[in-house]
Design a protein around this ligand. Structure first.
Ligand SMILES: *[C@@H]1O[C@H](CO)[C@@H](O)[C@H](O)[C@H]1NC(C)=O
Ligand SMILES: *[C@@H]1O[C@H](CO)[C@@H](O)[C@H](O)[C@H]1NC(C)=O
Ligand SMILES: *[C@@H]1O[C@H](CO)[C@@H](O)[C@H](O)[C@H]1NC(C)=O
Ligand SMILES: *[C@@H]1O[C@H](CO)[C@@H](O)[C@H](O)[C@H]1NC(C)=O
Ligand SMILES: *[C@@H]1O[C@H](CO)[C@@H](O)[C@H](O)[C@H]1NC(C)=O
Ligand SMILES: *[C@@H]1O[C@H](CO)[C@@H](O)[C@H](O)[C@H]1NC(C)=O
Ligand SMILES: *[C@@H]1O[C@H](CO)[C@@H](O)[C@H](O)[C@H]1NC(C)=O
Length: 661
């Protein structure tokens, strides 16, 4: 029934209204990040086909989509991939959406954990444009858009809070950012605020010129979050919206909604003429941007107002071109005021001549208002503008020390941490979110990175083992894996000096306690109710001596100091101890020597005394002597190999004897 209703209404809908049309409100950035392909479509009208564009890495992911597809602008969309969990769904009114990727979405129910990500692998380090399309459209029939946060590369960038504005909820919105990727993969993570599943309909990423947008002075530790990218005097355009090229995949929004005065006084201009200085590195601003402009029919200022979030720095880019062929130097001069501060005087023709692009940018520090205003005050003639961009400069958050990320991923694998715990993305970042469930993090000493401080996974039904990579967690103070079903042995990697509390009780850990598990800082060691055996390292007892607590009870066969049973003298780890082997070796050598000596004394020596000085001709004696000598030889030939075999088999199997025979 509902479907028929939709069919009835679609004709009334204008195509791209939904996307991009609104700006971030407070607490809500509607522009998500996404990647767009650089090499999209060849624009039929494009005057300048851009020469070779050197950045060719891009992904367009149709979240929730089951098949690869190509859209009407020849963008290839990949079926859904690179996600950590979640399920796919379809918007409730698919026919209202114009491209396939907008109709399907991925949502991350709470059973997938609080934090889920898309992790795009194998990316060369560099700068990337990331774009998302987010829509709710009551896909779940609950009429309740979710509240969630989004991070890119471990830095929190977007915040969605229920209730969403009606049009955003129904039509969706694009958001985008520029970020650096320095770890070979781009992660875009979603953090559920309440229990409603975060949603994402499409995700795009494209490599861009690393020096774009003045990154040399902005720095590579800033993420540029789009708070408005306007094209003046025209409709929105860009990849996915029109056939016009933008090599970065930037979407240019119509400026109409952001002009601060009555539009009656505005005059849109356009020219089919080619504009010089466009499509150039590092920003590759498209020519189309400069072929249109807005000026005034009246006297006075030309002003735009963009909604922003206070207390951030903003990077404002203004785009100009003199496209009125009658204007010459000195005939159109105006001052630019950003939030009522005079920041520059512009005479486009004087600076670059006619039909040439002129860009100018400015950074607003610590904006105190929730509106950013850009006012062009006429000095001579009427002001003109082609485009305007505004990016919040979001400092990259701290991220987890890379070795500790490796360790945590290894533990996730080895402990078989269930999906519901959301162990995805960076274990600790962004700092404004909780770390992975059960994990506590801190900044390191010089506050340059985050480190894992505590792991608390008691009673989580874990069935794996403890990876030896845990040794990389060099700041781990407390580890509680008690009351699970962990098997395997205690890794020797568990000997970090930082460790103070260790509770591995009530598992099925086997083997012995490694010698190095004796950090002088340990105050609590609970290894009771396991299957441990063998000698307990004596240093471990000092835990108790220093006022800490230690519990080794209910294991398979631990031994050592009281109250544990004494260790069998030569028995350790379920086999002969080194001492035992040496002792057996020495005693068999001793026995062997004694036997040889006895034979020598009682046979050979006596034979000599009794017979050697006797008559050699005495046959009887000779006979006895021969007998005794053969007994001795027999003793040698039989006992020595037995001795050697004992040595080789039991005592030092891995060592060759110093002599061979
Ligand atoms: C989609 O395309 C990618 C790469 O071009 C390919 O690896 C993948 O198998 C395709 N998926 C489907 C569902 O056809
Ligand atoms: C898309 O690509 C095909 C073949 O590559 C081409 O024939 C077609 O004109 C392209 N469409 C657009 C909109 O660029
Ligand atoms: C605005 O600043 C420019 C230089 O940045 C200066 O030339 C101009 O006179 C100033 N305009 C006003 C009205 O103060
Ligand atoms: C930003 O401005 C606010 C007041 O508007 C001030 O309290 C805050 O300290 C400033 N922050 C920085 C980093 O300058
Ligand atoms: C911070 O300390 C770590 C080691 O703890 C070191 O590798 C890093 O270089 C230090 N960073 C700064 C900025 O001092
Ligand atoms: C470890 O976790 C278990 C179960 O969550 C809890 O009962 C126990 O008290 C914890 N151990 C320590 C030392 O806090
Ligand atoms: C006993 O086992 C521990 C750990 O499994 C090992 O470190 C130690 O070397 C073993 N001792 C002997 C004598 O094999």
């Amino acid at each position: 029934m509902e479907f028929i209703h939709i069919l009835d209404t679609i004709n009334n809908l204008s195509p791209y209204v939904q996307t991009t049309s609104r700006h971030p409100k407070q607490n809500m950035s509607l522009f998500l990040f996404f990647i767009t392909l650089p090499i999209l479509l060849s624009s039929a009208t494009a005057t300048t086909t851009t020469t070779t564009y050197p950045f060719d890495i891009s992904y367009h992911i149709d979240c929730g989509g089951l098949t690869n597809s190509t859209d009407q602008f020849n963008t290839t969309w990949l079926s859904d991939r690179f996600f950590t969990a979640g399920s796919s769904a379809i918007v409730s009114e698919p026919l209202r959406f114009h491209s396939l990727p907008e109709k399907t979405l991925r949502f991350f129910p709470i059973t997938s954990g609080k934090k889920n990500c898309y992790i795009i692998p194998n990316l060369p380090n560099g700068r990337y444009f990331v774009r998302t399309f987010t829509v709710y459209d009551n896909y779940d029939g609950k009429s309740h858009p979710p509240s969630f946060d989004v991070s890119v590369e471990g830095t929190f960038v977007f915040s969605w809070r229920s209730p969403w504005p009606e049009t955003t909820s129904r039509d969706g919105a694009y958001s985008d950012i520029f970020t650096f990727v320095n770890d070979g993969e781009a992660d875009v993570c979603f953090y559920s605020i309440a229990t409603d599943p975060p949603v994402i309909a499409s995700l795009e990423l494209a490599q861009v010129d690393p020096s774009s947008y003045d990154s040399a002075s902005v720095g590579d530790n800033q993420i540029l979050v789009n708070y408005g990218r306007l094209t003046c005097g025209t409709n929105e355009w860009g990849p996915g919206f029109s056939n016009d090229v933008d090599l970065f995949g930037r979407l240019w929004q119509a400026d109409l909604d952001f002009r601060s005065q009555n539009s009656a006084g505005f005059n849109a201009l356009s020219t089919p003429k080619s504009i010089s200085n466009t499509g150039q590195p590092p920003n590759y601003f498209p020519m189309k941007l400069y072929q249109q402009a807005v000026t005034l029919t009246r006297n006075g200022p030309l002003e735009y107002e963009l909604p922003v979030d206070a207390k951030l720095d903003y990077l404002v880019w203004l785009h100009f071109a003199e496209i009125d062929s009658s204007v010459r130097a000195g005939q159109r001069v105006f001052d630019v005021f950003v939030n009522d501060m005079n920041v520059t005087r512009v005479d486009i023709y004087k600076q670059v001549g006619g039909f040439a692009a002129y860009t100018w940018h400015y950074t607003v520090k610590n904006l105190s208002s929730s509106v950013l205003s850009v006012k062009l005050m006429p000095v001579v003639g009427k002001p003109i503008i082609s485009g305007l961009e505004n990016y919040a400069l979001v400092p990259a958050d701290l991220s987890t020390v890379p070795e500790q990320v490796v360790a945590m991923r290894a533990l996730k694998e080895s402990l078989r941490v269930p999906d519901r715990m959301g162990w995805n993305g960076d274990p600790c970042a962004p700092t404004s979110w909780d770390a992975w469930e059960g994990v506590t993090c801190h900044p390191n000493k010089n506050e340059s990175a985050l480190v894992v401080f505590q792991i608390d996974l008691g009673s989580q039904g874990l069935k794996g083992y403890i990876s030896d990579q845990i040794s990389l967690l060099s700041n781990l103070v407390s580890l509680n894996l008690s009351s699970n079903s962990l098997g395997g042995t205690l890794p020797s990697g568990l000997g970090q000096q930082s460790l103070v509390r260790l509770d591995l009780s009530k598992n099925q850990l086997t083997g012995s306690i490694p010698e190095n598990l004796a950090s002088s800082n340990l105050q609590l060691v609970l290894l009771n109710d396991n299957l441990l055996e063998g000698r307990v390292p004596e240093e471990l007892y000092s835990v108790g001596v220093h006022g800490g607590a230690i519990d080794l009870s209910d294991n398979k066969g631990l031994c050592g100091l009281a109250p544990l049973p004494e260790c069998p003298l030569f028995w350790e780890n379920g086999s002969l101890s080194r001492g035992g082997k040496i002792a057996i070796g020495l005693s068999s050598l001793f026995v062997f020597s004694v036997v040889v000596l006895v034979i020598y004394i009682f046979c050979i020596r006596r034979g000599r005394n009794d017979y050697d000085f006797g008559l050699p001709q005495d046959l009887m004696c000779k006979c006895d002597l021969m007998k005794l000598k053969s007994i001795t030889a027999f003793a040698f030939l039989v006992l020595f190999p037995i001795y050697v075999s004992v040595w080789k088999c039991f005592i030092m199997p891995s060592f060759d004897l110093p002599y061979s025979f």
